[in-house]
Design a binder for this molecule. Structure first.
Ligand code: CAA
Length: 391
């Protein structure tokens, strides 16, 4: 049975911080961000846009009533969870109006967990071919004002509908994961922002890429020559570029090398404008590739490198389905990104880091900010209140 990604939706914030503005404010050469990190701008969320509203917006973009009846599992992959107990997927299930006899869970392992979620979804559909699984990777990457990671923040959510006979990409069975107990990036329960050993994290990313890819090729008797594109986890596009160089293969024809290079550039285009969205960034790379490359065709194989700090990495592959282009919305995406409201650095510092001020009874109201179709509007007796916008 062929199982894979049937639909893909995306949502990000309505606000943006230009890297050139951040460079000026932090007295950094703008070329460090534009060339050193390959970033143009970062999506910035206000308090009323969180991983739940982003996840619901991303899925709302793609689901029909028939999908909502067929979905029997909702998985939200995130490392910026809003509750230690209740899964974000439960809120998302309700906001989207998915039929009640469904499982809703949250999965975590830094930026990696959406990859495990996809595999779980695939195994579920193998047993229950009529079922559809909604996998959403939703994160807000927040490091703090003036930190080394400040330039690699961002926010976004990718929704993927997993089904039999998918309309975009068939997932192959051949997968290989690697786990290493390391402290490159972590966020203890008491901290709003992560602790990061930045340089170490980039070295681990590259080493886990190389070692997993070497073993993957050996185990499955494959090589770069078999793929039209390689998608990477994109904490910032320059690291993905280093990854691309790491796996380069000198035995490839120059035409194939050029094709891989062009497709790599298409895969980082959205991240350059959005920044890091942690668990979703690999899949944002796939969406960016599919919506910007003119040369991909049905049957083309794509390899994926997923990396989550801590650390778990995985390489897996898939191939494109006939007519996959019909599921994509490149024009809408560019318009939405261009319409984000540009923030000054002072506005970004206030907006991105605002925290709910709870009264003695656990209530808080927020100023009205621009959000997508869903908003986190208040906290009442410690309960988060979400609303679907009517306009
Ligand atoms: N012109 C052009 N390039 C310049 C420049 C200039 N004027 N000044 C600096 N650069 C280049 C540097 O040479 C460097 O490029 P290379 O790596 O190719 O040498 C690049 O700009 C960045 O410079 P620094 O290394 O000095 O930057 P930094 O100290 O500000 O730290 C960082 C960069 C470590 C990535 C930091 O942003 C960070 O800690 N980010 C968060 C951690 C992270 O994203 N880690 C990735 C792996 S972990 C992961 O993948 C999980 C996840 O999503 C977080």
């Amino acid at each position: 049975m062929k199982i894979g990604i049937d639909k893909m939706g995306f949502a990000t914030s309505q606000y943006v911080l230009e890297m050139a503005d951040l460079a000026l404010a932090r007295h950094v050469d703008p070329a460090k961000f534009s060339k050193g990190l390959l970033l143009d701008s970062l999506s910035i969320t206000p308090i009323s846009e969180d991983i739940v509203t982003l996840a619901a917006s991303a899925a709302n973009d793609i689901l029909t009533q028939a999908d909502k009846q067929a979905i029997d599992m909702v998985i939200v992959a995130t490392e910026s969870g809003i509750d230690q107990s209740k899964a974000a997927a439960v809120y998302v299930h309700q906001l989207l109006g998915i039929q009640p006899f469904a499982r809703a869970i949250e999965m975590k392992e830094a930026c990696y967990s959406a990859t495990a979620a996809l595999d779980y979804a695939k195994l579920h559909v193998e047993k229950h071919p009529q079922a559809k699984v909604l996998v959403i990777a939703s994160d807000i990457a927040k490091y703090g004002i003036g930190t080394a990671g400040e330039s690699t923040q961002g926010a976004g959510s990718i929704a993927m509908l997993i089904s039999a006979d998918p309309a975009i990409l068939v997932l192959n069975d051949q997968r290989l994961a690697q786990t290493r107990d390391i402290m490159d990036f972590w966020r203890p329960n008491y901290s709003l922002v992560p602790y990061v050993n930045g340089l170490f994290s980039t070295k681990q990313y590259l080493d886990m890429l190389q070692t997993t890819w070497t073993e993957y090729q050996k185990r499955y008797d494959t090589s770069l020559a078999d793929y039209a594109a390689f998608c990477f986890h994109i904490p910032f596009p320059k690291l993905a570029l280093k990854g691309f160089h790491k796996i380069s293969d000198k035995t490839l024809s120059s035409a194939h090398s050029q094709r891989l290079k062009e497709n790599f550039e298409h895969s980082i285009a959205y991240s350059q404008k959005i920044g890091n969205c942690y668990s979703g960034s690999l899949y944002l790379g796939l969406l960016s590739l599919l919506e910007n490359s003119q040369q991909l065709k049905a049957g083309d194989a794509i390899a994926f490198f997923s990396y989550g700090s801590g650390a778990v990495a995985e390489i897996f592959t898939g191939y494109l389905v006939d007519g996959f282009q019909k599921q994509l919305k490149p024009q809408q995406r560019m318009t939405e990104l261009a319409q984000r409201k540009r923030l000054s650095v002072a506005e970004y510092e206030t907006l991105f880091f605002e925290e709910a001020q709870l009264d003695a009874k656990g209530n808080a109201n927020f100023k009205e900010y621009q959000t997508g179709p869903f908003a986190f509007t208040a906290i009442e007796q410690h309960q988060r209140i979400y609303k679907k916008r009517t306009n």
